[in-house]
Design a protein around this ligand. Sequence first.
Ligand SMILES: NC(=O)c1ccc[n+]([C@@H]2O[C@H](COP(=O)([O-])OP(=O)(O)OC[C@H]3O[C@@H](n4cnc5c(N)ncnc54)[C@H](OP(=O)(O)O)[C@@H]3O)[C@@H](O)[C@H]2O)c1
Length: 335
Amino acid sequence: MRVYRFDAFGLEHLKMTEEEPPAPGPGQIALDVRALSLNYRDLLVLKGLYNPKLALPATPISDGAGVVSAVGEGVTRVRVGDRVVSHFIADWIDGPFRQAYVGTTLGTPGTGLAAERVVLPAEAVVPIPPGYDFAQAATLPIAALTAWSALVTVGQVQTGQRVLTLGTGGVSIFALQLGKALGTQVILTSSSDDKLSRARQLGADCTVNYRTMPDWEQAVLEFTGGEGADLTVETAGPGTLDKSMKATRAGGTIALLGALTGRQGTVTTGLILMKRLHIAGIMVDSRTAFEAMNQFLAERHLRPVIDQCFEFEHLPEAFRCLDAGHHFGKIVVSV
Ligand SMILES: NC(=O)c1ccc[n+]([C@@H]2O[C@H](COP(=O)([O-])OP(=O)(O)OC[C@H]3O[C@@H](n4cnc5c(N)ncnc54)[C@H](OP(=O)(O)O)[C@@H]3O)[C@@H](O)[C@H]2O)c1
């Protein structure tokens, strides 16, 4: 079977090789991967910025969908032939998040999915939503579930509330789609007028170009009658957090999930207390939340926005496309 490995950090070290397909042990399944989706995290992993101590060689990518081709001893929750999609935080089935779960994420330190066949814990998959093809399903484990976590699990947004989301990457476009399906008004920022126009076609109620309007938080305040958004989906991190806090209403919530501008920086803590803001750290969500989201997506006939689909042999090119940041929504790879 074909599998990708990198033996040093850097996209140039990502190479396809041929190996014997793995067989599942007790409690595991073999998944014949049909589609992958790329996340910003995968790029950080490849560049050595996510975990510089990662044991190499390694196989990247955490999100994939396919068909169960074998099950190990004791596995009863899935059967050969099932169409399933990976669950990112393998051990987080239900209940509150625990620190130990971080060690069970797919695509490092857990199994990377950039292969024609992978072995996964039987617990780390869910059924593909009805009506979804493999490529659509592959977009869900991180990007969609993180947006769901921000809006539903943590934000508990209500009809008529206002949601602000930053950028037009995978998480943000899912936040836009979910926000509209939940009856909220969605405000979205982007560096591109063309992308803002596409966001309006998807239902965005207010769009702001953060390049041409560096004081974009003022536009959010104007749109919300001076109050600010009820929930802000913070995809960018320390470089935008102060502005996001200004753009969020008093007592509102910031779902802090992204690191597009880095992982540390200066924060005006005075704003947090003077506005009684709730800053909630987000780490995707549980498998139970994943299943609830998939039911919602199916009931509402929501379909992921896929920017481009690459062939498996062009995976490095797909990563370069993600790195360039010209995409709108998700980049997927057909296996
Ligand atoms: N904590 C979690 O559970 C979790 C889960 C998923 C993702 N994340 C993180 O969330 C972030 C977004 O992930 P993603 O997969 O959606 O990324 P992505 O698909 O690569 O999207 C990146 C987009 O963000 C926008 N952007 C870049 N810099 C920005 C800035 N300074 N201000 C506002 N927008 C900016 C750009 O949109 P425009 O081109 O429109 O400007 C860019 O295309 C990443 O840092 C990722 O690691 C965290």
